[in-house]
Design a protein around this ligand. Sequence first.
Ligand code: FPP
Length: 268
Amino acid sequence: MKDLDRLAAPGTSERELLDRLAPESLPRHVAVIMDGNGRWARQRGLPRVEGHRAGIRAVRESVEAAARLELEALTLYAFSTENWKRPRWEVRTLMALLKEYLAKELRTMVDNNVRFRPIGRLSELEPEIQASLARAVEATAGNTGLVFQIALNYSGRAELVDMVRAAVAAAQGGTLTAPTVDEEWVGSHLATAGVPDPDLLIRTSGELRVSNFLLWQIAYAELHFTPVLWPDFTTRDLLAAVADYARRERRYGGVVEPGHDNGEEAGD
Ligand code: FPP
């Protein structure tokens, strides 16, 4: 493991970084709160939307890197239920960028065996966007590699509200009883059903919040905060976060000590 300390040192090639990461130490699912587009643009005297445009490169690079790392899932937070409060032109640009991204990247997703899965209250998005999303879902439905989840009009609380509504409706319809509801039931009625919970949550731009992202699913995620602004986020930054994760000792509320049976202890 001590090699990992030097993993992301300048001068180490991406290939070397990849080779040094033991497959069993990799996260299965990485989630990212992409933040800092506006600040990136402001630093350059550009309109905020230019930061979003520049952020697309980082999206493309992260998806490709996650596929190369053979992660099971990558979830990117692209648009929250709160983001509608932004100026109309900014919302429009974000949606236009999404459409452009899908049009340009669909072929690459198909070729790289990536399965595209938007999550969030998609029915509230413009019909044209919904149609683009549906096309990408359909075109990649048979793929078996990385599941690329993009959170759009998403918030963790809204997702939980939707799950509770579904539970109440099922109970009223007579198909659900209280004892049937357990953690597995809840997990399988969230937008991320079928995908393992994130092992690693990355947030860029130096902010230290989880901002209503995957609230149920990140219960045991390792958190990695980096000052890098999203448009500057590269494969190296992803690999550095993964290396940081690989160093962590995950206890899931138990203890990890040589010779200990690892049961019953409360903790983090
Ligand atoms: C946060 O930066 C970023 C977002 C709200 C949107 C993320 C969107 C992209 C990376 C581009 C769109 C990508 C796709 C695939 C649609 P911010 O604007 O809150 O930055 P700030 O905190 O510096 O102002």
